[in-house]
Ligand binder design. Structure first.
Ligand SMILES: *[C@@H]1O[C@H](CO)[C@@H](O)[C@H](O)[C@H]1NC(C)=O
Ligand SMILES: *[C@@H]1O[C@H](CO)[C@@H](O)[C@H](O)[C@H]1NC(C)=O
Ligand SMILES: *[C@@H]1O[C@H](CO)[C@@H](O)[C@H](O)[C@H]1NC(C)=O
Ligand SMILES: *[C@@H]1O[C@H](CO)[C@@H](O)[C@H](O)[C@H]1NC(C)=O
Ligand SMILES: *[C@@H]1O[C@H](CO)[C@@H](O)[C@H](O)[C@H]1NC(C)=O
Ligand SMILES: *[C@@H]1O[C@H](CO)[C@@H](O)[C@H](O)[C@H]1NC(C)=O
Ligand SMILES: *[C@@H]1O[C@H](CO)[C@@H](O)[C@H](O)[C@H]1NC(C)=O
Ligand SMILES: *[C@@H]1O[C@H](CO)[C@@H](O)[C@H](O)[C@H]1NC(C)=O
Ligand SMILES: CC(=O)N[C@H]1CO[C@H](CO)[C@@H](O)[C@@H]1O
Length: 760
C-alpha cells in the first residue's frame, strides 16, 4: 500500500530521501491540473477563476460581479436622552435611549443595579429581583467565613457594581464616598483578589475558612499581598483584563469591540464615548457637530488591532461599495457590553485581549467568533448606519459569554430564573432581545425577521433557538439537520430536551424552542470556529515547511475517558479503544488519544497527518477546522450534520464521510481510498483552506504575516522549497497569498449577498 511505503520511507528519510521521491513519482503524481495549483498567489487582484475555484453554486462570482451601490455618508441622530443619562450612561441620539454601564439601569441610568460579591445560591424559586446581599455598607462581607466555596466570595473589599473582590488594607481598595456623583472612580482601586485559590484558609485568629487555599499571612500577614508594596507571595493576575503588572495593580487597556473607534474610553467592554459621539462603539457623531479625528493613533496598541469604522467616514472612503450592507444594532448593554464587564477574566468572551505592556493576545476561547464577527462588522466596508439601505441587521448578543464566565459567578445577572439548564438563560435573553428590538426599532417585523442575523456559537448551536427567531438568518457552528432532534449533550446543564418549570415559566421552556431544526441549509450557514493564529502556526497554510504526511490518521483530544457514552455519540471512545487494543499506532501510524497518549506539538502533528478524525464532542467539533487549516483530509463521523461551509463548497471533494455505524471500519475504509483520490482531495483542500480561518482583522492579519515570515525564514523551508523544485509534491502546497483575502468572514459576507433576495 502506497501510504505504508511512504511511511516507512519517511522513517528512513535520513538514509534514503531518494526512496521517498522515487516512491511518489512512481505513483504517478504528475497530473497536470495539480501542477497548475497556486502558481498565482491569492491576492485581491487574483483572477476570479482562482478566487472562486472549488465553490458550490454561483455565490462567489455573483458577489464579485455585482453592481456596486453608491456609498453614502452616514445619517446622524439628535434625539436627546433624559437627564443626560445621569452623566454615567451613553446617550443614543438615534433613539434617545440611555445605554448604562455596570452599576446602573433604568431610562436615565438612575437606578442602582448592584452585583454584590456573594453567591448565596438562591433557590431557583426565589423570585425576588434584588439579590440578598451579604455585603455590608462598608463593602465588606458580613459573614464570609460561613458561606463556603462560592465563586465571588470576597475576603476583602467588594466592588459591588462589577461583583469583583479587592484587597482590604494598605494595598486595598478605597471606594468612592457614597455621596460622590454617579460614576466617580474609587479613591484607590487596589489589588484584586479574585481567584478562589487566593482566598485565605483561616481568619486572622486561626478559624478555618472552608474553601480557602492560602495561609492567612500570604494575603494579610506582615509581608502579605494586601499589606505591603513588595509582598512575599503574589496572587494570580488573570482577572479583570485592565489590571496588569507584577502585583496586578497597574491599569491597562481592555477589549472593547472596535476599540471605541478612537472616540471613547473602554471600560472592560463598555465604551464611554467622547462628548457628542454615540453608539456602542462610539462610531457615530451627533447631528450638527463637526467630525473630529479619531484618537486611535494615540493608542498604537489599539490602532494595530482595529481601524476607524469605514461607515462613519466623511467624506466616504470610496464612491461605491459592495453589498451586503449590514446594520449592527446598538443593543441594550445587558445583552452585550455589560456581559463583558461582568466576565472578570481576560481571555474569556473575546477573541483578543491585552496583556502586559498593552500587548495583544489572540484568545483560545473557542466561542471567540462571538466577539470576532462583531468586531469585523463594526469596521467592515459592509457596515451601514442607515437601516433603510441595510440588507441585513446583525444582533451582537453575547450568549456564550453569559453562559460561561458570567452566570452563577454572583447573584446577578439572570434572565428570569436562576434554575434550569444554563442555556435557558440565553433562550430567555433572546426572547427579551426580540421584544426589545421590536419596541425600539421598526425593522424586526418589516420582513418577518428574515433579514436579521443571529450567531449561535454554542455547542449545540441553534437547536435551542427560541421559535420567535425561526425566520431569521442563523450563523451557527452546528449543522444538525433533523427536525425531531433531541439534545445529545453529555452535559446536563445544556440539555435542551429536559424541560424546566419555574415560577416565571409555569409551562416550561421546551415549547418555546421546539418545532424547528437546529439549522436550515437553505437560509442558515454553518461557519468556522474561531481559531487563533498560534493554533495553526506550523501549517503549510502559513508557509511552514511542508513535511511528509507520515501520520496516517490523527486525532488528539478528549476521547471520553471520563465521560458518559453520550459524549461524542460514542465515536471517539470506540475508535480510541480499537486503536489502542490493536496497536494501530505502531502498525499503521494511527495516532488517536488525548495529550498523554499523543504528546507533541499539535500544529506540527496535524501538518504531518494525512487523515484527521472529526467526531462530535458535546455538539460541534472544531476538528474540521484543525484538519482543514493544516491541509489534513477531514474524516467526518457525525451522522446528519453538515460540516462548516458544507453548503458553499463541494466538501466531498476534500472530506471523507463515514456513517457512525461504520466507525469501527475506519481503518479499512481509509486504506481502500485510491491514492489519486487522496491527491485530488488534498489539491481541493489547497483551494479552500484559507476560507476556514479568520484572518482579516488588522491585528490578526499582521500576526499571520509575522508567522508566515518566520516560518519562511525557517531553514527547513529552504529544504522544502528544494524538494518542491524537484518532482516531489507535498500537498497541499505551502500557501502563497495574502491572509487578508477571502477568509472566513469574507466568505460569510459573499454568501450573505446571494441570500438577499430570499430575505425580502
Ligand atoms: C413570587 O412568587 C410567589 C409565589 O411563589 C408569588 O405569590 C409572588 O407574587 C411572586 N412575586 C413576584 C414579585 O412576582
Ligand atoms: C450573615 O450575617 C448576618 C449579620 O450578622 C446575619 O443576619 C445572617 O444570618 C448571616 N447569614 C448567614 C448565612 O450566616
Ligand atoms: C494587614 O492588613 C490588615 C487589614 O488592613 C490589618 O488588619 C493587619 O493588621 C495588617 N497586618 C499587618 C501585619 O500589617
Ligand atoms: C492553609 O494552607 C497551607 C498551605 O497550603 C497549609 O499548610 C495549611 O495547613 C492550611 N491551613 C488550614 C487551616 O487548612
Ligand atoms: C502602554 O500604554 C501607555 C499609555 O497609557 C503608554 O504610555 C505605554 O507606552 C504603552 N506601552 C507600550 C509598550 O505600548
Ligand atoms: C415567519 O414568517 C412568516 C411568513 O412571513 C410569518 O407568517 C410568521 O409570522 C413569521 N414568524 C415569526 C415567528 O416571526
Ligand atoms: C436530557 O433530557 C432528556 C429528557 O429528559 C433525557 O432523556 C436525556 O437523558 C437527558 N440527557 C442528559 C445528558 O442528561
Ligand atoms: C461499512 O463499511 C464496509 C467496508 O468496511 C462497507 O462494505 C459498507 O458498505 C459500509 N456501510 C456503510 C453504510 O457505509
Ligand atoms: C492604558 C494603560 O493604562 N496602559 C498601561 C499598561 O500597563 C503598563 C505596564 O504594565 C503601563 O505602563 C501602561 O500605562
Amino acid at each position: 500500500m502506497w501510504y505504508a511505503r511512504l511511511f516507512f520511507s519517511v522513517l528512513n528519510v535520513a538514509l534514503c530521501l531518494v526512496c521517498v521521491l522515487a516512491g511518489i513519482e512512481n505513483d504517478g503524481l504528475t497530473s497536470s491540473h495539480l501542477s497548475q495549483e497556486r502558481k498565482v498567489a491569492l491576492t485581491e487582484n487574483a483572477p476570479l477563476s482562482l478566487r472562486c475555484s472549488s465553490i458550490k453554486g454561483s455565490w462567489c462570482l455573483d458577489f464579485h460581479q455585482q453592481k456596486e451601490v453608491p456609498w453614502r455618508t452616514a445619517p446622524r441622530g439628535a434625539v436627546e436622552c433624559p437627564d443626560n443619562c445621569n452623566n454615567v450612561g451613553r446617550c443614543n441620539y438615534d433613539t434617545g435611549y440611555c445605554d448604562c454601564p455596570v452599576g446602573w439601569s433604568g431610562p436615565a441610568c438612575k437606578t442602582r443595579q448592584k452585583r454584590p460579591c456573594t453567591n448565596t445560591f438562591r433557590s431557583p424559586e426565589d423570585n425576588r429581583t434584588e439579590p440578598t446581599s451579604h455585603i455590608g455598607p462598608d463593602k465588606r462581607d458580613l459573614n464570609w467565613t460561613e458561606m463556603g466555596l462560592t465563586p465571588s466570595r470576597c475576603y476583602g473589599i467588594c466592588d459591588d457594581d462589577f461583583g469583583l473582590c479587592y484587597c482590604d488594607g494598605p494595598m486595598g481598595r478605597i471606594p468612592a464616598p457614597d455621596d460622590a456623583p454617579p460614576g466617580t472612580p474609587p479613591i484607590r482601586r487596589g489589588r484584586p483578589l479574585i481567584n478562589l485559590h487566593d482566598m485565605p484558609n483561616t481568619t486572622y485568629d486561626g478559624k478555618p475558612v472552608p474553601g480557602g487555599a492560602q495561609p492567612y499571612d500570604n494575603v494579610y500577614g506582615p509581608e502579605g499581598y494586601c499589606n505591603v508594596t513588595n509582598p512575599k507571595w503574589i496572587a494570580g493576575c488573570g482577572g479583570p483584563e485592565d489590571l496588569n503588572g507584577k502585583y496586578c495593580d497597574e491599569p491597562n487597556e481592555s477589549f472593547c469591540p472596535g476599540g471605541c473607534s478612537g472616540h471613547g474610553t473602554c471600560n472592560l467592554g463598555f465604551c464611554k464615548c467622547d462628548e457628542g459621539y454615540y453608539g456602542h462603539d462610539c462610531a457615530r457623531r451627533k447631528a450638527g457637530l463637526p467630525l473630529l479625528p479619531s484618537r486611535l493613533g494615540h493608542f498604537p496598541w489599539v490602532a494595530n488591532q482595529v481601524h476607524e469604522p469605514l461607515a462613519a467616514m466623511e467624506p466616504v472612503p470610496k464612491l461605491t461599495r459592495k453589498r451586503p450592507l449590514v446594520y449592527v444594532y446598538d443593543l441594550e448593554p445587558m445583552y452585550q457590553s455589560k456581559l463583558l464587564q461582568y466576565r472578570l477574566a481576560s481571555g474569556w468572551c473575546t477573541h483578543r485581549y491585552y496583556v502586559k505592556e498593552n500587548e495583544t493576545r489572540f484568545s483560545e476561547w473557542c466561542y471567540g467568533v462571538e466577539s470576532a464577527l462583531h468586531e469585523y462588522l463594526l469596521i467592515s466596508e459592509h457596515r451601514t448606519f442607515d437601516p433603510e439601505e441595510a440588507d441585513y441587521f446583525y444582533v451582537p448578543y453575547y450568549g456564550t459569554c453569559m453562559i460561561w464566565p458570567v452566570l452563577h459567578w454572583a447573584d446577578f445577572p439572570y434572565f428570569h430564573t436562576t434554575g434550569g439548564p444554563r442555556i435557558l438563560q440565553v433562550i430567555n435573553m433572546l426572547v427579551e432581545i426580540v421584544e426589545w428590538i421590536d419596541k425600539m426599532y421598526p425593522f424586526w417585523r418589516r420582513r418577518g425577521g428574515r433579514d436579521h442575523i443571529f450567531l449561535f456559537p454554542h455547542d449545540e448551536g441553534a437547536c435551542w433557538a427560541p421559535n420567535v427567531l425561526v425566520n431569521a438568518t442563523w450563523l451557527t457552528h452546528w449543522g444538525r439537520t433533523d427536525l425531531d432532534h433531541e439534545s445529545k449533550t453529555s452535559f446536563e446543564a445544556d440539555n435542551y430536551t429536559k424541560d424546566y418549570v419555574g415560577w416565571r415559566q409555569p409551562e416550561g421552556f421546551v415549547k418555546l424552542i421546539s418545532g424547528h431544526p437546529c439549522y436550515d441549509p437553505v437560509k442558515d450557514l454553518v461557519v468556522p470556529i474561531w481559531r487563533p493564529p498560534q493554533h495553526y502556526w506550523r501549517s503549510p497554510l502559513l508557509s511552514a515547511p511542508a513535511k511528509p504526511r507520515d501520520i496516517f490518521l490523527f486525532f488528539r483530544g478528549d476521547v471520553g475517558k471520563r465521560r458518559t457514552i453520550l459524549y461524542s455519540r460514542g465515536v471517539r471512545q470506540k475508535i480510541y479503544k480499537l486503536a489502542k487494543d490493536n496497536d494501530w499506532a505502531v502498525k499503521y501510524r494511527v495516532l488517536i488519544g488525548d495529550g498523554s497518549d499523543v504528546p507533541g506539538d499539535y500544529s506540527d502533528m496535524l501538518s504531518r497527518s494525512l487523515f484527521c478524525l472529526v467526531a462530535t464532542g458535546d455538539g460541534w467539533s472544531a476538528r474540521t477546522e484543525d484538519a482543514v487549516l493544516h491541509g489534513c483530509i477531514p474524516v467526518v463521523i457525525i451522522d446528519g450534520v453538515h460540516i462548516k461551509f458544507e453548503t458553499v463548497f463541494n466538501v466531498d471533494e476534500f472530506a471523507i464521510r463515514i456513517p457512525e455505524a461504520n466507525a469501527s471500519h475506519i481503518l479499512e475504509i481509509l486504506q481502500a481510498i485510491p491514492e489519486a483520490k487522496v491527491r485530488s482531495m488534498q489539491a481541493h483542500l489547497g483551494r479552500v483552506w484559507h476560507r476556514y480561518r479568520y484572518a482579516n482583522l488588522p491585528g490578526l492579519a499582521s500576526e499571520l504575516r509575522r508567522h508566515m515570515a518566520s516560518n519562511f525564514a525557517d531553514p527547513l523551508s529552504r529544504e522544502a522549497a528544494d524538494l518542491s523544485a524537484s518532482k516531489e509534491v507535498r500537498l497541499p502546497r505551502p500557501f502563497k497569498g495574502d491572509p487578508a483575502v477571502d477568509d472566513a468572514f469574507a466568505t460569510i459576507m459573499q454568501w450573505l449577498y446571494s441570500r438577499i433576495p430570499f430575505t425580502r
